[in-house]
Write a protein that binds this ligand. Structure first.
Ligand SMILES: [Zn+2]
Length: 192
């Protein structure tokens, strides 16, 4: 099992978690910049992180009789795929159509099917909830929610046990009240 500091090191080594002084897309300033796709671009790191997440879920009894893993596109697809690999079950995804997540490509969920919902990062958790609604709307059962990184600071809650590998509460400042600006630290614009 990967320890929390080892998980953090993998994210930092992958440049998924940067430290400094950043202007976020929201216009707020932050001492951290986080981009989960940067760690998932390394398949073996993605595999190791998702295997650790599945280990954690299995220890809690949340991986029995799973039929498949479903993830919201795009961000969740790689995590869903690697979680499904660790469980040796199928991996499907829901994608946006007319601004709503739907199942396409012949993906099916049968009544009684037991699914894990996987996502890379949650902030408010809206996409995870929308994916849960797809599964339950088709008569399936959401056994657990698996996320690599929980940025909700405990605010996202779902009607199924939720597991994350890393909790990172975002630290942000209004530009006019930013202590890093006050110290004259040069600012980066990583999203641009
Ligand atoms: Zn600043």
């Amino acid at each position: 099992m990967l320890k929390a500091d080892e998980v953090l090191t993998i994210f930092k080594d992958s440049e998924a978690l940067l430290e400094g002084h950043f202007e976020l897309r929201s216009g707020l300033h932050s001492p951290n910049f986080f981009q989960c796709a940067m760690v998932l671009r390394y398949p073996r790191r993605a595999d190791a992180l998702c295997a650790a997440l599945v280990e954690k879920m299995t220890a809690a009894g949340a991986t029995t009789r799973i039929d498949g893993v479903i993830a919201p596109a795009m961000g969740g697809i790689v995590v869903g795929h690697e979680v499904a690999r660790a469980l040796n079950v199928k991996s499907i995804f829901a994608e946006k159509q007319d601004n709503k997540l739907v199942l396409r490509r012949g993906f099916k969920i049968k009544p009684g099917d037991r699914y894990i919902v996987a996502e890379d990062v949650i902030t408010r958790g809206g996409r995870v909830q929308e994916t849960i609604d797809i599964v339950t709307g088709l008569g399936g059962v959401v056994v657990a929610v698996a996320v690599l990184v929980d940025r909700s600071a405990g605010l996202a809650s779902f009607p199924a046990p939720t597991f994350s590998l890393l909790q990172l509460a975002p630290v942000t400042y209004e530009p006019g009240a930013c202590p890093l600006c006050a110290k004259g630290v040069p600012i980066d614009h990583p999203g641009s």
